[in-house]
Ligand binder design. Structure first.
Ligand code: SAH
Length: 363
């Protein structure tokens, strides 16, 4: 077997239409043919660029935010410094560099990376050479101790399902094989979207109030167990989580998308060769946040300004000239400007009961 498209078509032929979450999981994490398992997709040569790859300032400010929270909570002597989906390891490397001068912080940190891709684990190991790092397959095996965690563009990669509200109830959007015998071109047998039968969805009861017939909503089943795994140590032992992603409070409509070489593309044409994501529904994160508290969702640009990105940008600018200075100014704008990543990306913090939220965020 060499082609993921053939593999998926064979599965559909044998078992019937495939749910979108199964399709996403197969495309992204198939052990030998998956998108993340076979490549490093980040950066200008890849398919997409993330905030830590745009500027070191992002990771520096995240690091100082976590370190300040650690100080405010009495500097626990041992803690987990974790990242979900660390990509190239750039964010964690910037966190560790920026917090070097916070006395005791790096020495007390046990670095934990939750990463599914063996290929990216290798890239992370190289980026973090000189540090002791432990990898985990899932968040629920992180050590039972204070936890300071960041997840940037992790939750958007978790598989979603889509449901359309009809007069008779919810129908799930699925992927099948086109069956048009009159078709004169070659779309016959291609992957296509369709709708499953009406089925009861008790977990979607809260979406009856804000939807009407014809509306499409998305649901991500992995959010709840992942948040539980993070919230429990934070509430029990102390810590904080910063979750950064594109999305909003209660998303509505189809946000399932594919990116290849920085361009949007059809999610069904090249399975395994493009990044598949969906917007994150921050309300789902909030619903699953207990026993930790969650902050208000804050636009990334506002969060970074509150943490002092402009002052940091000015300090760095003094060391730069020419094209490097122009790139630096553009990066600052890209991370913070409302028409760029500043508003599309949101930040939600998790923190222990009876404690203040991490710097830059509000209860
Ligand atoms: N946080 C990084 C990379 C984001 S890309 C950055 O900001 O640059 C998404 C990352 O999540 C990749 O490292 C990918 O391999 C990882 N990933 C995706 N799905 C995962 C899953 N189910 N479990 C663990 N890691 C996953």
């Amino acid at each position: 077997m060499t082609d993921l498209l053939d593999h998926i078509k064979a599965q559909i032929s044998a078992n019937g239409p495939m749910r979108i979450d199964e399709y996403m999981a197969t495309c992204l994490l198939h052990p030998t043919l998956g998108y993340y398992t076979t490549r490093d997709p980040l950066g200008a040569q890849g398919d997409f660029v993330t905030a830590p790859e745009i500027s070191q300032m992002f990771g520096e400010l995240i690091g100082l935010c976590l370190a300040q929270t650690w100080l405010s909570q009495g500097s626990p002597a041992r803690f987990t410094l974790a990242e979900l989906g660390p990509g190239r390891g750039t964010l964690m490397a910037d966190i560790l560099r920026a917090t070097r001068n916070v006395p005791g912080f790096v020495a007390a940190a046990e670095i934990a990376l939750v990463e599914a891709s063996p290929k990216l684990r290798d890239v992370q190991a190289a980026a973090l050479a000189g540090h002791k790092v432990t990898w985990f397959d899932t968040a629920d095996t992180l050590p039972d101790q204070p936890l300071y965690l960041v997840a940037n563009e992790f939750f958007d990669a978790l598989p979603i399902r889509q449901f359309i509200r009809t007069g008779d109830g919810w129908r799930e959007r699925q992927i099948g094989l086109a069956d048009d015998t009159n078709d004169t071109n070659d779309t016959n047998g291609a992957l296509c979207f369709g709708l499953g039968p009406v089925s009861p969805q008790p977990a979607l009861a809260h979406r009856l109030e804000d939807t009407s017939e014809g509306d499409l909503i998305e649901d991500c089943a992995q959010i709840a167990p992942t948040l539980q795994a993070v919230s429990t140590p934070i509430a029990t032992h102390g810590g904080a989580a910063l979750i950064i992603d594109y999305g909003d409070w209660r998303t509505l409509g189809d946000t399932f998308q594919a990116l290849r070489a920085h361009e949007k593309t059809d999610p069904l044409t090249a399975p395994g060769a493009c990044d598949l994501t969906a917007h994150v529904d921050f309300e789902q994160l909030a619903i699953a946040a207990a026993p930790a508290q969650y902050t208000r969702i804050t636009p990334q640009g506002v969060f970074l300004e509150r943490l002092g990105i402009t002052q940091r940008a000015q300090v760095l600018a003094k060391t730069l000239t020419g094209p490097a200075l122009e790139t630096h100014i553009a990066a600052h704008r890209r991370l913070t400007h409302p028409s760029d990543m500043g508003n599309l990306f949101k930040v939600m913090g998790l923190y222990p009961p009876m404690q203040p939220p991490p710097p830059g965020l509000e209860p």
